[in-house]
Design a protein around this ligand. Structure first.
Ligand code: DGT
Ligand code: MG
Length: 620
């Protein structure tokens, strides 16, 4: 887990972002690329030699030759082939290995950037799409920077060297061949564009399917709970069939590609035989030169088909690079202050001063004012959607206020480094999130190698110590993906322990004991009072016992504080809080009765130790 703890320093320390990160890495490996290209130039010159040897052999044969001379020529061809393959191998290896390195650097950059970006980016993005960029697009870039760059360079060099040889043999014949090259190129480009369209359709459908797979896996509980397996399987099958249909159509065009190319180049060969043959008859060129010309021309024509692939790989590369750069150039909305204020100790005074905040044009908080003195426990009450979690998000700078400011010990949170700010605040979020690691790694997420005593204390305070035995492996119990092996209350208490282990001067509980039973909750709150003495605790809660236990209660309504006082004061005032509290008591009573009935029905104790199965605490 330690590898996952990436401090903001590490994330932001990458300095000013390069306009195009790829160029940075290509420049870093420029000598490798230069070496690889030089090798290819050498190899392509060598590849022109076997046709030359062939020419000599044929001319010798026409004039009369010896077996040993022919054997020597054959030996030369084999030697050239050996040297050429060795050089091509070395050159390709040099370039391809750098492509792997570039892929590695980009993937690293991408991971850093994913950690640097904030919530608003993830609200805009889809997981499947981000995954596709981090996998597919990176692969495309790697393939381009390796084999494809090699192919492009080799084609350019081959055409140059090959045409030089052709011109040296017969200028008129070469010009005739060049005339027919654009025709081949035209056919190639037509085929390629069609292929590409077909391929894009396959990719789109594949992306769609990937997204579905991902949603199905993460939503499996909901799918099962609503018995939607059948319909999911059916619509999956339909999408899957569509993928196969598109892939088959793409496959047909791929299969047709080479036959079409053979046809196109065949026409060229016919031209050369007709005109070149007449040159041989007229004695302008030798039979050997005629054969040499044809062999080189064939080599160049096959190189032209590579050019076709290159065009599509180039387009794919540009698109992939664009998608990767889009992420790498993304700037987080929440910036680190240029010169953060340094606070040695944080007491825990929290203040919202005229804070206004909107979500998608809807005002959630409207000039909210609230001061919380260090060391106090304040409960925030409000209807669902009132903006309680938003207040927490503003305090921890998940978002910044549109107007006004949020301060800690009188300092605007925007002036503190994000690390300092978030170290000082332990948030137990509304939705508990656990990693698929051991329980110990999960709770020590905010603090590397915590002392055993501190772990013990956090476990006791969160009342998780009682569950260790039941979990089987104690602290080493592996938590399934997102904590599926724990009950809702256990998950909540594990995230509480995680926050406590940081020993933060400010603790925020965002509805984080809703799945814990009343007795356990009271015990947790009692222990928290001791633990949090001198520290500030903000509790967002619905349950009557939690509310009554707070030093002070504020009611959030219409984006501002509507009532503020102690439990007794607010009850006496008989306003919104008093009404809310009475309704909550009734809800809890009804839920308790229901539970008793259920227990009688089953003739056994209904709920698991420490956790509630129902939702009495949640507002209806
Ligand atoms: P709760 O947890 O159900 O008791 O409700 P609160 O009080 O925690 O509400 P909160 O702060 O999560 O949401 C306040 C309003 O803002 C609500 O109308 C939903 C909206 N909202 C919250 N988060 C987002 C967001 O990420 N994007 C958008 N567009 N709206 C959001
Ligand atoms: Mg909330």
């Amino acid at each position: 887990m330690a590898s996952r703890v990436v401090t903001p320093e590490r994330i932001t320390d990458t300095g000013p972002r390069h306009k195009n990160p790829l160029i940075k890495y290509v420049l870093r490996y420029k000598w490798h690329y230069a070496g690889g290209f030089a090798a290819l130039v050498f190899a392509s010159v060598l590849s022109m030699l076997p046709p030359l040897v062939l020419k000599i052999a044929i001319d010798d044969l026409t004039a009369g030759t010896t077996v040993s001379r022919l054997a020597a020529l054959g030996g030369i061809v084999i030697a050239i082939a050996l040297v050429e393959s060795a050089i091509r191998f070395g050159g390709r290896l040099l370039v391809s290995s750098r492509a792997r390195w570039i892929e590695y650097h980009l993937r690293d950059d991408l991971a850093r950037q994913f950690l640097r970006l904030d919530r608003s980016f993830y609200l805009r993005s889809r997981t499947g799409d981000l995954m596709a960029r981090a996998t597919n697009d990176l692969n495309w870039i790697r393939d381009f920077m390796g084999p494809t760059v090699n192919d492009i360079w080799f084609t350019v060099v081959m055409l140059t060297v090959g045409l030089t040889f052709l011109f040296s043999i017969d200028v008129r014949l070469t010009l005739l061949s060049i005339v027919y090259f654009p025709f081949v190129a035209g056919v190639v480009i037509y085929l390629e564009t069609t292929l590409e369209d077909k391929f894009r359709l396959v990719q789109e459908q594949f992306g769609h399917l990937t997204n579905r797979a991902q949603e199905n896996v993460s939503g499996i509980r909901a799918i099962k709970a609503y018995a939607q397996e059948e319909s999911e399987v059916e619509s999956w099958a339909a999408d899957n069939r569509e993928l196969m249909r598109r892939a088959l159509s793409f496959g047909r065009w791929v299969s047709g590609f080479f036959p079409m190319m053979i046809l196109a180049t065949g026409i060229g060969t016919a031209l050369v035989i007709w005109f070149g043959g007449r040159d041989v008859v007229a004695g302008d060129i030798t039979l050997g030169q005629f054969v040499q010309f044809n062999v080189i021309l064939r080599m160049l024509a096959s190189q032209l088909t590579v050019l076709g692939w290159v065009v599509s790989a180039w387009q794919q590369f540009i698109a992939s690079l664009g998608r990767i750069n889009e992420i790498l150039r993304e700037e987080p909305d929440i910036d680190e202050p240029a010169e953060p204020r340094v606070l040695d100790t944080i007491r825990g005074d929290v203040a919202f001063e005229g804070v206004t905040f909107e979500h998608d044009g809807r005002t959630v908080l409207d000039r909210l004012d609230l001061r919380i003195a260090a060391g106090s426990t304040v409960a925030i009450v409000g209807e669902t959607g009132a903006g309680k979690t938003t207040m927490v998000d503003l305090l921890t700078r998940v978002f910044d206020p549109w107007e006004g400011r949020v301060t800690v010990d009188g300092v605007d949170v925007r002036e503190l480094s994000l690390q300092r700010l978030r170290d000082a605040i332990g948030v137990v979020p509304q939705e508990a999130f656990l990693f698929s690691e051991s329980l110990h790694e999960n709770i020590s997420f905010g603090r590397v190698d915590p002392p055993a005593d501190d772990v013990d204390e956090a476990l006791k305070t969160s009342q998780l110590s009682n569950d260790l035995e039941q979990l089987g492996g104690g602290l080493d119990t592996l938590i399934g993906e997102r904590g599926v092996t724990l009950s809702g209350g256990q998950k909540q208490r594990a995230t509480l322990a995680r926050a406590l282990l940081k020993r933060p001067p400010i603790l925020v509980l965002d509805d984080s004991l809703s799945h814990v039973d009343t007795n356990t909750e009271e015990e947790i709150l009692r222990r928290l009072r001791v633990f949090m003495a001198e520290r500030t605790t903000l509790v967002i809660a619905h349950r009557s016992s939690t509310l009554a236990a707070a030093d002070r209660i504020v009611v959030l309504e219409d984006g501002a504080i509507a009532e503020d006082g102690t439990h007794e004061e607010l009850l006496a005032a008989d306003g919104r809080y008093a009404g809310y509290y009475r309704r909550q008591l009734l809800r809890e009573q009804a839920a308790a009765e229901e539970r008793e009935l259920a227990v009688e029905d089953q003739g056994q104790s209904g709920t698991a130790a420490g956790d509630r199965a129902d939702e009495e605490g949640a507002q209806s």
